[in-house]
Design a protein around this ligand. Structure first.
Ligand code: PLP
Length: 368
C-alpha cells in the first residue's frame, strides 16, 4: 500500500525533539502567546524574508485577518473587488466573502494552472482594489507581468502561500512578494504542525500591528479593545513543533523535487498530461503533484487496485458549490476542465524511490 501522504512517518522523524518540546511547554506552564510562538515568528520571518510575522490559528484566518486589517486601515471597503483564481481552494474565496468584499473569479492559464495575467487585465474595473495570488500546488504564481499590472493599477497584493512554503521567485521567497501573505501549517502542508496553525508575513508595520490586535480580540493592551476582533492564535505546542520542522523544510522540499523529477521524466501515457513546467520551474516546491487525464476517475480506481492512494484537488470548483449558489450557473471552462481531470499522485519527503517507481509503472501500465 502506498499512502498519499504518510504523516506519521513524516513527523516520527522528529520524535525525540517533539517529545522534548512537549516537556518544555508542560514545564513552562504557558500555552499561548509565549516564548515558543514568539521564537517561531522570528525564525519564520527570517526564513521568508519579511520584517514581520504574526502567528494565528490557521491559514483561513491568516487570509481573513489580512483583508479585515486592510478594511480597518481604510484601504478596502465593503463591496470592493478582489481578483482571485477561480480554481483555488475554497478558503481563498471564503476569506474574501467573509469580509463582504467581492471575489472576481479569474481563469487560470490552462497549461500552467496558475492565474493568467491577460485574464487579470480583462477582469479589472474601477472597483478592483486587490489581487489574491495563490501559489497553488507549491508553484510560484507571481510574474513580472503580474507585478506590472498590480503597480499600474495600485492593487493591494495578498499572497495565499498555504501550499508553497520555501518556494522562490528569483532570489525572493513567496510570502515576501506582495503586501502581505497568508501561510497555513495544516498537518499536510509542506511545513505542517500537529494540528492547526497559520501565520501572516508582511513588511508593513501598521498592518502587522493591526493584525496582531485583531487576532487577539481586537486588543493590544489587556482589557482594552480597539477593534471588534477575534481569537486566532498559534499555540505554544504547535509553534514548538514548527520550530523543529522549519530547519528541515528546504531539504524536505528538495526531496519533493527529486520525486517530481522522477515522475516527470518517467510517466509516459497518451491519456495523461502534466501542467507545463516552463515557468518558475526550479522554484516549485511540489506541495502536490497534479496530473491531468480525461479518464481521471477510471485512472484513480485503477491505481487503487494496485494499492496506490491518490486524491483529487479539487473535485468541485468553488463556483459550483452550494455555499456560492449565486455563481452556480456561471461557465468557467478552464477551471471546470481542471476539476474534471486533475489527479494528485503521492508525493512527500518520506516517499521512497521504490514507491515512486511503483507509482510510475502502475500509471504507465494503465490500459489505453
Ligand atoms: C490549506 C489551504 C488554505 C487554508 O489553510 P487552513 O490552515 O486549512 O485554514 C488556504 N488556501 C489554500 C490554497 C490552501 O491549500
Amino acid at each position: 500500500m502506498i499512502e498519499f501522504l504518510d504523516l506519521k512517518k513524516v513527523n516520527n522523524r522528529f520524535r525525540k525533539e517533539m517529545d522534548e518540546a512537549v516537556g518544555r511547554v508542560l514545564d513552562s506552564g504557558w500555552y499561548l502567546l509565549g516564548k515558543e510562538s514568539r521564537a517561531f515568528e522570528e525564525e519564520y520571518k527570517r526564513f521568508i524574508g519579511t520584517n514581520y510575522c504574526i502567528g494565528c490559528a490557521n491559514g483561513l484566518d491568516a487570509l481573513t485577518l489580512i483583508l479585515r486589517a486592510w478594511m480597518e486601515m481604510g484601504l478596502l471597503k465593503v463591496g470592493d473587488e478582489v481578483i482571485v483564481p477561480a480554481n483555488t481552494y475554497i478558503a481563498s474565496i471564503l476569506a474574501i466573502t467573509e469580509n463582504k468584499l467581492t471575489p472576481i473569479l479569474v481563469e487560470p492559464n490552462p497549461s500552467t494552472l496558475q492565474i493568467d495575467p491577460d485574464n487579470i487585465r480583462r477582469a479589472l474595473t474601477p472597483s478592483t482594489k486587490a489581487l489574491m495570488v495563490v501559489h497553488l500546488y507549491g508553484r510560484c504564481a507571481w510574474s513580472e507581468e503580474i507585478e506590472e499590472i498590480t503597480n499600474e493599477n495600485r492593487l493591494l497584493v495578498i499572497e495565499d502561500n498555504a501550499q508553497a512554503h520555501g518556494c522562490k521567485f528569483g532570489n525572493r521567497l513567496t510570502g515576501s512578494l506582495g503586501h502581505a501573505a497568508a501561510h497555513s501549517f495544516y498537518p499536510g502542508k509542506n511545513l505542517g504542525a500537529l494540528g492547526d496553525g497559520g501565520a501572516v508575513t508582511t513588511n508593513d508595520p501598521t498592518l502587522a500591528e493591526t493584525i496582531r490586535s485583531l487576532a487577539n480580540y481586537g486588543s493590544s493592551q489587556k482589557y482594552v479593545f480597539d477593534y471588534q476582533g477575534r481569537n486566532s492564535r498559534l499555540d505554544e505546542l504547535q509553534a514548538a513543533f514548527l520550530r523543529i520542522k522549519l530547519p528541515h523544510l528546504v531539504t524536505d522540499n528538495e526531496r519533493r523535487k527529486e520525486i517530481a523529477k522522477m515522475y516527470c521524466d518517467n510517466i509516459k501515457h497518451p491519456d495523461i498530461t502534466f501542467p507545463s513546467l516552463h515557468v518558475n520551474k526550479d522554484s516549485h516546491v511540489w506541495h502536490l503533484f497534479p496530473i491531468l487525464s480525461c479518464r481521471r476517475d477510471e485512472l484513480q480506481e485503477y491505481l487503487a487496485t494496485k494499492g496506490i492512494k491518490t486524491l483529487v484537488h479539487y473535485p468541485i470548483p468553488p463556483h459550483r458549490q452550494k455555499c456560492y449558489k449565486e455563481w452556480n450557473d456561471l461557465s468557467i471552462p478552464v477551471t471546470e476542465m481542471i476539476h474534471a481531470r486533475e489527479l494528485s499522485l503521492p508525493i512527500s519527503p518520506v516517499l521512497s524511490n521504490e514507491e515512486a517507481t511503483t507509482v510510475i509503472s502502475a500509471i504507465n501500465s494503465f490500459p489505453i
